[in-house]
Design a protein around this ligand. Structure first.
Ligand SMILES: Nc1nc2c(ncn2[C@@H]2O[C@H](COP(=O)(O)OP(=O)(O)OP(=O)(O)O)[C@@H](O)[C@H]2O)c(=O)[nH]1
Length: 588
């Protein structure tokens, strides 16, 4: 509230300073100044009157009186002298005004002309205006609020204003005010009411606001508030105790509800967690449920690990085996005890060279995974082929924790596939390449010969009068003869050559990388000689011959079909020439 008093006084001071710069004062046009000052007071209510006085204290204008007219002297000569001496605004204490003879507070400011104070302009405030300030605070009606000037004189008072404005405040309060800017004192008001008086002085204007709270009411109120506080505390404690016991039993019930799930978790049985409303206990319930889910997952993973047909091996980063599943033991023939601590090299087959393994590790280091087929060796020394996937397991920081290999024994599957493949491309009686494989090889060899600018020969071999063997000795003997003839033909060529059976008693041979016709002629002759040697089949000694047609790449044809045709025609020419002979193709 002291600040509100300050504000009121300083607001009036600012208005007086603004009016002190009015040009009408310098020109001596006091009539117009009077009009302006009166208007300002009516419009803004910042004070009650403006008084212009000269240095001698004679009032020249007083807005509370008509202008022009006779005016008294300034009511506070000391304040006037101080203004001219200090050339600064001076806020007065309460004094009796010169014109109206009633208590007034004035703020006087100098009016300057050419840097010199020529007049004193004073704005007067009647105490009732300051009395509005405590009213605005809406304090209890029996609180007595006084606004005191720097001397402790009452400028405004909420109670018995007329009796006490202009009088000094009670001595006890005055004494306290002299030693402290704010405080409290037990005293009697000027009218004799015992009060607790609190006061606060503005450091700026040095005016003080004092509030007297009647002691009786103060004490009664205090007792009432204390009792109220006491009752409130008792109620709060009671409520707390009741709430705590409700909460405790609620908690106990919630915790009891978790016993069964926790026991089930321990025994590995299925866990069902009931709905729990206490959050903390519910969190424990969720944790039990999560633990159960993890355990279930873990059990499932362990079962999968133990029962899958794929072998699983895990090593530490140094390559020492730390875990194997039963399938890994079954595939490799080693027990878990023999494998733990060992290096997976224990099953190395030595069928792959160092580059092969280096390639595996390069891929793992680059992609954290490798997949492929490896030949390994069981404990009993037998070889087995696995399809293997090796992956790295890393920790949260990306460091390798384990290498895990999953192996699938594909030895039998591979053999079966190879057998099927062999059957598809080989003749069932002689086991020589069949027509498909022969044609494939012929294409490949032509491409190779073309690329390397090499010569090659194609021999078309047909047994002579083979039908008679069948007719005379039966098909089985014929088959045996075909088999033996195939062996002799194949033996007549190099391993890198291809000897095939096209069907019936027709054979072909691809002789690659020959130097010339002579090489082909030599092989053809050797084949004729071999076929002419008697075949001992059972009790029979059979003699047969063959006719061979020879076509040379690229002279007799530069494609498979043309070469084959040329060789076939040459073979027929040999037949026509009397059989048991070879004949070169006629270059076309
Ligand atoms: N045992 C046996 N005979 C076969 C097989 N395939 C075809 N033949 C027979 O082989 C004979 C081939 O006869 P040809 O080549 O036509 O005639 P050839 O008696 O050899 O007389 P030329 O070829 O003129 O010297 C036929 O009698 C076929 O039935 C087979 O898989 N096994």
């Amino acid at each position: 509230m002291a600040q509100a008093v300050d504000a009121e006084l300083l607001k009036a001071q600012a208005a007086a300073q603004a009016m002190a710069t009015s040009g009408y004062l310098f020109s001596g046009d006091f009539a117009t100044f009077y009009e302006h000052a009166t208007d300002l007071l009516q419009q803004t209510e910042i004070g009650n009157n403006f008084v212009l006085s000269d240095e001698m204290g004679q009032q020249l204008v007083n807005t509370i009186r008509p202008f022009p007219g006779p005016l008294p002297r300034h009511g506070n000569p000391k304040q006037l002298q101080q203004v001219f001496k200090t050339m600064k605004p001076v806020i007065s204490d309460v004094y009796v005004g010169g014109a109206l003879h009633r208590p007034v507070v004035s703020i006087d400011v100098p009016v300057f002309k050419n840097g010199k104070a020529i007049y004193d302009l004073s704005i007067g405030i009647f105490p009732e205006r300051l009395g509005q300030i405590p009213l605005a605070q809406h304090l209890p009606p029996d609180w007595i609020v006084s606004i005191l000037d720097t001397q402790g004189v009452i400028a405004s008072r909420t109670h018995a204003t007329d009796r006490f404005v202009g009088k000094k405040v009670v001595p006890l309060l005055l004494q306290r005010m002299e030693v402290a800017a704010e405080g409290m004192v037990e005293t009697n008001t000027l009218e004799g009411i015992p009060v607790s008086a609190v006061f606060s002085r503005s450091p700026r204007t040095k005016w003080t606001v004092a509030i007297g709270i009647p002691t009786q009411q103060f004490t009664a109120q205090l007792r009432q508030r204390f009792l109220l506080l006491l009752v409130t505390i008792v109620i709060l404690i009671t409520v707390s105790v009741v709430l705590a016991s409700i909460l405790a039993s609620h908690l106990a019930r919630s915790i009891r509800a978790l016993i069964a799930p926790a026991m089930a978790l321990g025994s590995g049985a299925s866990v069902t967690v009931p709905h729990i409303r206490v959050r903390e206990v519910s969190d424990v319930g969720s944790a039990i449920k999560n633990a159960f889910n993890l355990l279930t997952l873990h059990t499932l993973a362990a079962n999968v690990y133990s029962n899958i047909s794929e072998g699983v091996v895990a090593t530490n980063p140094d390559g020492a085996i730390v875990s194997v599943n039963p399938a890994y033991c079954a595939i490799t023939g080693y027990s878990a005890e023999e494998l733990i601590g060992a290096n997976p090299r224990i099953i190395k087959s030595n069928l792959h060279n160092a580059d092969f393994y280096r390639g595996i590790w390069e891929t793992i280091n680059k992609h954290s995974c490798w997949n492929g087929e490896i030949w390994n060796r069981r404990k009993d020394g037998s070889l087995f082929l696995v399809s293997e996937t090796i992956t790295t397991i890393r920790d949260g920081n990306g460091r390798i924790e384990h290498y895990v290999g999953v192996i699938n024994d594909i030895t039998e599957a591979k053999q079966a596939a190879e057998f099927i493949h062999h059957k598809a491309y080989h003749d069932p009686i002689t086991d020589l390449p069949n027509r498909s494989l022969f044609m494939d090889r012929l294409h490949q060899e032509i491409i190779r010969a073309r690329r390397n600018k090499l010569a090659m020969a194609l021999l078309f071999i047909d047994l002579d009068h083979f039908k008679e063997i069948n007719d005379k000795f039966g098909h089985d003997v014929g088959d045996d003869l075909l088999k033996m003839a195939a062996t002799r033909l194949a033996a007549s060529a190099r391993e890198s050559d291809t000897v095939a059976r096209l069907g019936g008693d027709e054979f072909t041979a691809i002789l690659n990388d020959i130097n010339g016709k002579e090489d082909a002629a030599r092989v053809a002759q050797k084949m004729l000689d071999e076929i002419c040697r008697p075949f001992v089949i059972g009790l029979h000694e059979l003699v047969i011959s063959a006719s061979i047609g020879v076509a040379i790449y690229p002279t007799d044809g530069d494609g498979a079909a043309s070469l084959l045709k040329a060789a076939d025609e040459a073979m027929y020419r040999a037949k026509r020439g009397g059989r048991n002979a070879f004949s070169f193709a006629v270059a076309g």
